[in-house]
Every structure is written in structure tokens, then in C-alpha cells.
Design a protein around this ligand. Structure first.
Ligand code: ARG
Length: 458
């Protein structure tokens, strides 16, 4: 097959070189955006008189047909045509001859590939945003039913203070909301048009870059051709945003894996989202959650890969940049596949309320509430801390809860304690007594649940 760039060559390309330099094996997914970009480019060319209106119509109609062929799997890909851009352009030339040969007027594959990636990533951002919203909605959907379930909150993996189970669910909504905001912010820098910067310097032809930007829905036009032909910052930003999503997914997965252990026993996953063991008949394993945790490695590594790819690269386009797609697509595919499963796992899991309640009074979850009771009675915080510390020690010796101590035993430590102390002792009372904004107390969590239901239109 003769090369589009073959004019100055007298020898054919070495076959190994063709295999080494191709990107069609991983950039074929850009076919749709490549055609979108080429149609806009051709329309602009016709408007400025570089091709005729008739030629634009022919190019546009044939590009639609070529895309159809690709999408139906009818186009045979060949490493000798390098990438998706060359496959589409050579198919057009095969169909239209000289008219097809005009499409690449006033552009280069360097601005073409960056235009394609930007259009593709813009769509990816919208897909991920929608999936994040569905993940948030899965947590919010549990909110009303789980509001009165008291769960231990932990620090250092040690029981700390009690919170409403719904507080846990809304915690993930907040993290995922920041993930969504990061993507919205990243999208601004993705949505800038490189088209018309051509190879690196722009063009001597009277192309209209504003027009192609407008046709493709870009917010603005890149102002420096050298900059934009070397710019992949937006991919680092995109993969970093995905990296944080992967980190959040991995923490959620880790916590739920723990909660599913016999040791915790808080949670049972639905059979449909777990797998068995080939040797141990009793096993029901949280493999999906483990893989969500594990796949975060691939997503986080993509950002490193992109940083390393860009570090020290001279201006402007260098072929190194072809590798950008491998990292960005890997991060996207990975996060997308996790987010496609996560909401169903959340919706179909059962909190084992009896099991949670059976042990909720262990671990002195109400100790901080008791200390704050003393503060309200006028006791200095540090003194209250010490007093409750002594009472916890006493309970450990007596093998009982704080709520099991008699008023006399409590008053022996601090005479400010009255009968009403029992209103805040016990995990449920201590949870309900939490009242600061953003706390895990029932009333505050209801407030936040209402906010999330409103925000997600639920
Ligand atoms: N397949 C190439 C890439 O992904 C397209 C750009 C090629 N440009 C060039 N000057 N060889 O980067």
C-alpha cells in the first residue's frame, strides 16, 4: 500500500517498522470523533472557498458511509496505514479520488489527533459524570431505610463514635461530588480547539479556526500552535481525576470487604455480585470489590505513565505522544467498568442489623458523648476527658458498659452527673445527641439526606 506521505521515499517501509509504529490497534475507537472532526473541517474548507460546496457534500456523505463500515466491522485494518486517521482518509480517497485528496487541506495529523482525543475525552467525561451520579444515587436510595441503623465509626480501625448508617452512605456522595467537580473543571481545558494549528506552525491558507471550533462545540480556540500541538496536560488532568475516583472506589471496596467478613458481619452482598471457591464449598467471596480495589492500580499508574511520557519532551509534536492514548484509555476503561458495577452492589447489599446491634454497645462508642455531657455541666474539657477515661477503666474491670454504671458509681467520679446522663449513654443515644452541622447525628443526617435527594432529583 502506498503511503500518504510516501513522495520523498524510494524504499518501502520495513515491515517490522510498520508493526512497531502503528496505532490502529488502539486508536480505532477514535473513528467516530475523527469523522466528526473531518466533517467540520470540510464544511469550513467549503465556506472559505478551499473546496466547493459540492465537494463538501461528497466528502461528508462518504465519511458517514466509511464510519458505518468501521462500526459494522467491515473495514480491514492494516498496520501499513498506521492509524485511524490514515485508514479513514485513504478509504475516502479510494472512493472519491481527487476530491478525497482535498480533505487534509490546512490541517495535519498532529492537530487532527489532538482534536480527536479532545472530542473523545469530552464524551468520556460526560459518561463518567453520569456514572458517578448513578453511584451517588445508589447510596442516597438507601438513606431513608438505613437512617435509624447505628453503626460504629472508626479511627485507627478502632471503634470511636456512633453514627447513623446513612451518614456513611452520604460520605461517599460527598467524595464523589468532588470527583464530579474535578471532571467539570478538567472539561474546560479539554474543550479547546487545536484544529487548524496544523503540524506545529499553523497554515498559510485562509482557514477559519473559529468556525471549526463552533461546529465541534469547542468553547474556544487554542492561541498558540506550538503549545497546542505538544499539549497533553488535559490528559494528565483527566487521568488524575480518574485516579482519585479509583482511590475512592478502592476505599469503599476495602471497607465493604471488611464489613462482609465473619469478624465484622455488618454486611451481606447479593449472590449476583459475589463469586465462589473452586475448593471450599462454603465460600462466598467479594471478588468484584477486590477487583475494584485492585484495578485502582491501573488507573493511578496511567497518570504516572503520562507524566513520564511528557517529561522533558521537546516542542512540538513528537511521536512519543502516540502513547498518550494507551494510558488515557486504560484509565477510562478501568474506571468506567468499576462504576458500571458499583451502584448495583450498593443497592443490593443488606446491612445485618441484628448482628450490628448485638455488638453495638461494645467499644465505648458513647464515651465522647459522656465527656461532652460533663463539659455542658461546666467541667473543663481536659478534666472531663480524664474522668471518662477513669470510668472506661472501671467498666473494663467490671466488664460492663458505661450505661450499666449506677448513678452513684458515676457521681463518685464527678458530682456534676445527674439522672439525665442516661439520655446520652448507649450507642443510639450518643448518636442521636450529635448535633453539630455535618455530624453523624440523626437530625443532621436527615438534613443532609434531604439535600442529596433534592440535588439528585430523587
Ligand atoms: N497516530 C499518531 C498519534 O497518535 C497520529 C499523529 C501522527 N503524526 C505524525 N507526525 N506522524 O500520535
Amino acid at each position: 500500500m502506498s503511503k500518504a506521505w510516501g513522495g520523498r521515499f524510494t524504499e518501502p517501509t520495513n515491515a517490522q517498522v510498520e508493526l512497531f509504529t502503528e496505532s490502529i490497534s488502539f486508536d480505532a475507537r477514535l473513528a467516530e470523533v475523527d469523522v466528526r472532526g473531518s466533517k467540520a473541517h470540510a464544511e469550513m474548507l467549503s465556506e472559505v472557498g478551499l473546496i466547493s460546496a459540492e465537494e463538501f457534500q461528497q466528502i461528508s456523505a462518504n465519511l458517514t458511509e466509511i464510519l458505518g463500515e468501521i462500526q459494522r466491522g467491515e473495514m480491514e485494518f492494516s498496520p501499513s496505514l498506521e492509524d485511524i486517521h490514515m485508514h479513514i482518509e485513504s478509504a475516502l480517497i479510494r472512493r472519491l479520488g481527487d476530491v478525497g485528496r482535498k480533505l487534509h487541506t490546512g490541517r495535519s495529523r498532529n492537530d487532527q489527533v489532538s482534536t480527536d482525543i479532545r472530542l473523545y475525552i469530552r464524551d468520556c467525561i460526560d459518561v463518567i459524570d453520569e456514572l458517578l451520579q448513578q453511584f451517588q444515587a445508589s447510596f442516597v436510595s438507601r438513606g431513608d431505610a438505613d437512617i435509624d441503623i447505628v453503626l460504629p465509626g472508626y479511627t485507627h480501625m478502632q471503634r470511636a463514635q456512633p453514627v447513623s448508617a446513612t451518614h456513611y452512605w452520604l460520605c461517599w456522595c460527598e467524595k464523589l461530588q468532588r470527583d464530579r467537580e474535578r471532571l467539570v473543571d478538567c472539561r474546560k481545558r479539554v474543550n479547546v480547539s487545536p484544529l487548524g494549528c496544523a503540524a506545529l506552525a499553523g497554515s498559510t491558507l485562509p482557514i477559519n479556526r473559529d468556525r471549526t471550533a463552533e461546529l465541534l462545540g469547542f468553547d474556544s480556540v487554542a492561541a498558540n500552535s506550538l503549545d497546542v500541538s505538544s499539549d497533553r496536560d488535559y490528559l494528565v488532568e483527566f487521568s488524575s481525576a480518574l485516579g482519585l475516583i479509583a482511590v475512592h472506589l478502592s476505599s469503599w471496596a476495602e471497607e465493604w470487604i471488611l464489613w462482609c467478613t465473619t469478624e465484622f458481619g455488618f454486611l451481606t452482598l447479593s449472590d449476583a455480585y459475589t463469586t465462589g471457591s473452586s475448593i471450599m464449598p462454603q465460600k462466598k467471596n467479594p471478588d468484584v470489590l477486590e477487583l475494584i480495589r485492585g484495578k485502582s492500580a491501573r488507573t493511578i499508574a496511567a497518570t504516572q505513565q503520562l507524566f513520564l511520557l511528557l517529561k522533558g519532551l521537546p516542542l512540538a509534536y513528537n511521536r512519543d505522544l502516540q502513547e498518550d492514548k494507551l494510558a488515557a484509555f486504560a484509565a477510562y476503561d478501568t474506571v468506567r467498568s468499576c462504576l458500571e458495577l458499583a451502584p448495583a452492589i450498593v443497592r443490593n447489599a443488606t446491612l445485618n442489623v441484628d448482628r450490628i446491634n448485638a455488638r453495638i454497645e461494645e467499644g465505648f462508642l458513647d464515651a465522647t458523648a459522656l465527656m461532652e455531657y460533663l463539659i455542658k455541666q461546666g467541667v473543663p474539657m481536659r478534666s472531663g476527658h480524664e474522668t471518662v477515661g477513669h470510668l472506661v477503666h472501671l467498666c473494663e474491670q467490671k466488664k460492663c458498659r458505661l450505661a450499666d454504671l449506677t448513678l452513684e458509681e458515676l457521681r463518685a467520679s464527678s458530682s456534676t452527673i445527674n439522672e439525665d446522663v442516661y439520655d446520652i449513654l448507649g450507642a443510639r443515644n450518643a448518636m442521636t445527641a450529635l448535633q453539630s452541622y455535618g455530624s453523624g447525628g440523626r437530625d443532621r443526617v436527615v438534613e443532609q439526606l434531604n439535600r442529596w435527594q433534592g440535588r439528585l432529583g430523587m
